[in-house]
Design a protein around this ligand. Structure first.
Ligand SMILES: [Zn+2]
Ligand SMILES: [Zn+2]
Length: 154
């Protein structure tokens, strides 16, 4: 559970509020990340006419590649700053972290920029060369080309 709603009503007396959760999980990214291994830490201080929240999120998300559908680990290292009007009684650090996390998520998560996805012919992940498509077209074309050259020479 994320107990990250912080009571800031007495911050003038208590001074800066600091804390951390080792297992932060946001329900709003459940459909994008199949595993969340995130830690959130925060510090709330009272500054002139405002409260200042400084937070950070660190860890890894396990996501499925949008091209090849393989699972891969996506490192997360975010820090954020937010201000609230003086007199704010509660600060929802978890919600702030959630928004930051959603903003940082790629719209199309890919395991690697070079990922070529799945082969349209055999359905397997294309690894390096263009899988079976290459065997069917390109090398044949080159072979025919060489044959034509040989025929011309005669
Ligand atoms: Zn991929
Ligand atoms: Zn193939």
């Amino acid at each position: 559970m994320n107990n990250l709603v912080i009571n800031t009503s007495k911050i003038a007396e208590t001074g800066p509020l600091r804390g951390a959760v080792e297992r932060y999980a946001s329900a709003s990214i459940d459909d994008i990340a199949r595993r969340q291994d995130l830690a959130v830490s925060y510090e709330i201080t009272a500054i002139e006419n405002a409260l200042l929240l400084r937070g950070s999120i660190r860890g890894t998300l396990t996501m499925n590649c949008a091209r090849c559908l393989d699972g891969f680990e996506f490192p997360v290292e975010l820090s954020f700053v937010q201000t609230y009007p003086a007199g704010t009684e509660t600060v929802d650090v978890g919600e702030e972290a959630r928004q930051q996390l959603v903003l940082s998520m790629p719209a199309m998560p890919v395991c690697a920029e070079s990922c070529k996805g799945l082969c349209p012919v055999c359905g397997k992940k294309i690894d390096g060369a263009l899988c079976c498509r290459r065997d069917e077209t390109q090398p044949d074309d080159i072979r025919w080309e060489q044959l034509r050259k040989l025929l011309k020479k005669r």
